[in-house]
Design a protein around this ligand. Sequence first.
Ligand code: ATP
Ligand code: MG
Length: 161
Amino acid sequence: MTAARQVRTRVSASPEETHRLGVRLGQLLAPGDFVGLIGDLGAGKTHLVRGVAEGAGVARSEVASPTFAIVYPYAGRIPLYHADLYRLADYDELYATGFLDVVGNDGAVLVEWLDRIPEAAPREYLRVTLGHAGDDARTLTAEAFGERPTALLEKWWAEEG
Ligand SMILES: Nc1ncnc2c1ncn2[C@@H]1O[C@H](COP(=O)(O)OP(=O)(O)OP(=O)(O)O)[C@@H](O)[C@H]1O
Ligand SMILES: [Mg+2]
């Protein structure tokens, strides 16, 4: 795998801060963007996704936890596809879900548990790894693979310190 062009780390001190970071990212997303989320149970992936959805103009009531389907489409300022790979075995199984048809298409794609099937990521993408850092603290490490993801990451954290 090629090395990330840019790696940045920050700490979120609360669920609200993670949500706000998500909102900011959601405001910046464009069709074709792919964001992969990695982190243990309770690391905050879904909190971040809810923020992203809000920032992308998705109605709060639309956002579920993808438990019964692999890919949830949300209608916002742009289409947003929210996937969770937790229960998938491998790439072949993912292929069968139709997930790959939405990648690089008309919307942006957010994928929880990308580490389960790393091959699900396109060549260029933003990878965000969340980790427990005690109580309400979480580390967020963002790695940009490619030019557009690098620009996206720079804008995302420019105002957030
Ligand atoms: N700084 C923080 N950012 C995000 N969540 C936090 C933070 N501090 C505490 N939490 C708590 O951690 C939990 C995160 O839950 P969330 O569903 O977002 O995790 P997840 O990574 O999606 O887990 P799973 O893989 O089980 O779905 C929530 O209970 C939330 O209140
Ligand atoms: Mg989750």
